[in-house]
Design a protein around this ligand. Structure first.
Ligand SMILES: NC(=O)c1ccc[n+]([C@@H]2O[C@H](COP(=O)([O-])OP(=O)(O)OC[C@H]3O[C@@H](n4cnc5c(N)ncnc54)[C@H](OP(=O)(O)O)[C@@H]3O)[C@@H](O)[C@H]2O)c1
Length: 276
């Protein structure tokens, strides 16, 4: 993995356990790469013949000019988080959106559903494009900066989706909450150390909602606790983290990823114990 910072990443624990379980002779390492060194880092990776790598903040968009091609989904999102080296040609993928949808799919039938997405940054963009692929009826896009939400909404409409924007006020969220069955937090609100913050209003959750938080540190956020209090079905951010790693593993190795093992390792590394 290349990113800056990378020292808190749990990807190496997940991926190395998966390689080992499948008897694959490979090693996953994380490298702190500053913005100015991105080109040199990619050159080094190619020169060394590495099989592939993950890309994280702040390089998910700036990596694109250094790649030979990018897959359709990554092109639509405009960001890459997984790269595969095929005979010296670097191919970029984005597994974030599909990972989010895979995490939701066990609990929610997305086809024809209405989804409230909180946040309009990179993770939201990946999710929204994947939601369109799943055939959602409409996306309600709520963001602190309305301009940013409108930009993303415009993109989604161009891609054939139905999307409306709103702010994060109680009034606007209450109106939208009445109309949706799925709510996903794609903002960074609630992230450690500000663990008592949430971008939503707990009383707006219902028991017939599926609620996912992309934030995985802490494992259980205030947003998820509020949803649990309302007896909603909840999905923690670690599930998406595991899926994006599993999908990357499958791109590199063309083998089925040991999902449960990767989940166990991620949970252990994040301090959640070996929950199944
Ligand atoms: N589970 C996973 O595998 C996974 C994968 C990717 C990302 N994530 C998590 O998803 C979150 C978002 O990531 P990203 O890459 O999309 O980040 P990003 O591009 O920086 O977007 C951040 C989003 O959070 C909003 N935000 C930040 N502070 C806020 C505040 N105080 N009040 C209201 N809104 C606020 C921003 O709103 P404005 O536009 O108004 O600034 C924006 O919508 C992060 O916590 C990241 O760790 C998790």
């Amino acid at each position: 993995m290349i990113g800056c910072p990378v020292k808190h990443s749990v990807s190496s624990v997940m991926q190395n356990a998966a390689f080992s379980a499948l008897g694959i002779d490979a090693l996953y390492c994380s490298f702190n790469v500053e913005r100015d060194n991105l080109g040199d880092a990619v050159g080094g990776i190619t020169a060394l013949g590495m099989a592939g790598f993950n890309v994280t903040i702040p390089h998910k968009e700036s990596i694109i000019p250094f790649l030979d091609s990018i897959e359709k989904n990554a092109a639509a999102i405009g960001a890459v988080n997984t790269v595969k080296n095929v005979d010296g040609r670097l191919i970029g993928y984005n597994t974030d959106g599909r990972a989010a949808v895979k995490s939701l799919a066990n609990a929610a039938d997305l086809d024809g559903s209405r989804v409230l997405v909180l946040g309009a940054g990179g993770a939201s963009r990946a999710l929204c494009h994947a939601l369109l692929d799943e055939g959602v009826e409409s996306i309600h896009l709520a963001n602190r900066s309305l301009k940013r939400a409108e930009r993303l909404c415009g993109e989604l409409r161009k891609a054939g989706g139905s999307c409306t924007t709103l702010g994060l006020s109680r009034r606007e969220l209450a109106k939208s909450a009445k109309e949706v069955s799925v709510v996903v937090n794609c903002t960074s609100v609630g992230l450690t150390p500000k663990v008592d913050e949430t971008p939503f209003f707990g009383e707006l959750f219902r028991r017939d909602m599926v609620v996912m938080d992309m934030v995985y540190n802490p494992l259980e956020t205030k947003f998820l606790r509020d949803a649990l209090d309302a007896n909603a079905t909840t999905i923690a951010g670690v599930e998406m983290l595991v899926w994006q790693g599993a999908l990357a593993f499958e791109i590199w190795t063309e083998k089925k990823a040991p999902l449960e093992l990767m989940r166990d390792k991620a949970l252990n590394a994040l301090g959640g114990g070996g929950v199944k």
